[in-house]
Design a protein around this ligand. Structure first.
Ligand code: ASP
Ligand code: CP
Length: 369
């Protein structure tokens, strides 16, 4: 294998737009830190994380795993359902050589006896180094982190608040999927669906504020608009260089869109079913709709998933559908993030198979894309 080339790893990404490395090492900044919000990440941190994620991709595709996290244990503690986040964090830790303790069904834990979130994470801290938490309450990750003294807490979704690690993998996906030579700067990102309750779009909008001259279109029913505080945060942080516009349909803006970020109407966040039914199926993306509104051949459709009905399965085989690749990228990004939080660095001279092959590595056959 050729010397490690991170540019190739992020095939099609715009590494030319990545700023030169500053003396501040992001991996040290995040070592031993809780990951609660995407606003903890500077532009420099984001650039560095993508580079490490690219190296993780190479490791996974070439030898399957490394052992930098050997001796570390990660707990996943999910008070809400999950397929991707829980499983990708677990596999990320295993592919770094660490171990996993999974509590995906809290009804079988002492939470059902009335144990508080604080006491539950304090318990897990006795056995683990990092706790990945998903919880229905806004601010739960921050609250839980305050009762920890040795373990780090990673927010895997706190109610209608944030889902920071999803935004990091969304960034990787956008960078990897934009046409070669096209940077995120100058791109038009259209977010569609339940922007009020969707924690993934909250984190993604805040993340995009690190980039200049991005255009963000928010498309939603009137009652599900992006919260004003987030629109204001993006305007302030980007010093007005990001143009933000609100729409109720895609009709006028699909043609100019580079990234269409589709979200599910978050049924579980509505207090009354009738209010959900009033907006359910507001948008359904189909091949016909893409042609009718003149979508580009280079458009990429992202979705944090799960989808309900908002993207027709007929689109799945269209090269513009990036949502399944997006899940895969999440593995590399979560491996990179875990390595930082655990304070474990990849060897400096990572490159060529000689280093990677020294260990007794599992080498699953992994499809590349
Ligand atoms: N899986 C994502 C989340 O947990 C998006 C969704 O559920 O719609 O926020
Ligand atoms: N994207 C995401 O968070 O998916 P899950 O809810 O399946 O974890």
């Amino acid at each position: 294998m050729a010397e490690l080339d991170v540019k190739q790893l992020l095939s099609g990404t715009c590494l030319s737009s990545i700023s030169p490395l500053s003396p501040l090492d992001s991996s040290e900044k995040f070592s031993g830190s809780h990951i609660l919000s995407i606003i903890q990440f500077s532009r420099h941190d984001l650039d560095e994380l993508l580079l490490v994620a690219g190296k993780m991709k190479l490791i996974v595709e070439s030898v399957g795993m490394c052992d930098i996290a050997r001796g570390s244990v990660m707990a996943v503690l999910f008070y809400e359902s999950s397929t991707r986040t829980s499983s990708s964090f677990q596999v990320a830790m295993q592919r770094l050589g660490g171990q996993v303790l999974a509590i995906n069904d809290i009804s079988n834990s002492s939470v059902s006896k009335g144990e508080t979130l604080e006491d539950t994470v304090k318990c897990l801290e006795c056995y683990t180094n990092v706790i990945v938490l998903r919880h229905p309450e806004l601010g739960a990750a921050l609250r839980a982190s305050k009762s920890l003294s040795t373990a780090c807490l990673i927010n895997a979704g706190d109610g209608v608040g944030e889902h920071p690690t999803q935004a990091l993998l969304d960034l990787y996906t956008i960078q990897a999927e934009l046409p070669a030579g096209r940077g995120l700067e100058g791109a038009t990102i259209t977010m569609l669906g339940d922007l009020k309750h969707g924690r993934t779009v909250h984190s993604l909008a805040k993340l995009l504020a690190n980039y200049k001259n991005v255009k963000i279109n928010y498309v939603s029913p009137e009652q599900l608009k992006m919260p004003k505080e987030i629109v204001e945060f993006v305007a302030e942080k980007s010093q007005g260089t990001i143009q933000q516009s609100e729409y109720s349909t895609l009709e006028k803006i699909l043609q100019e869109t580079d990234i269409l970020y589709v979200t599910r109407i978050q049924r579980e966040r509505f207090s009354q079913e009738i209010d959900y039914l009033a907006v359910a199926n507001s948008y359904i993306i189909t091949p016909q709709l893409l042609s009718q509104y003149g979508a580009r051949s280079t458009l990429r459709i992202l979705h944090p998933l799960p989808r309900v009905n908002e993207i027709s399965p007929q689109l799945d085989s269209d090269p513009r559908a990036a949502y399944f690749r997006q899940m895969r990228y999440g593995l590399y990004v979560r491996m990179a993030l875990l390595s930082w939080v655990l304070g474990k660095k990849l060897p400096e001279n990572l490159g060529g198979t000689s280093n990677l092959n020294k260990g007794n590595y599992d080498t699953p056959q992994l499809a590349s894309h």
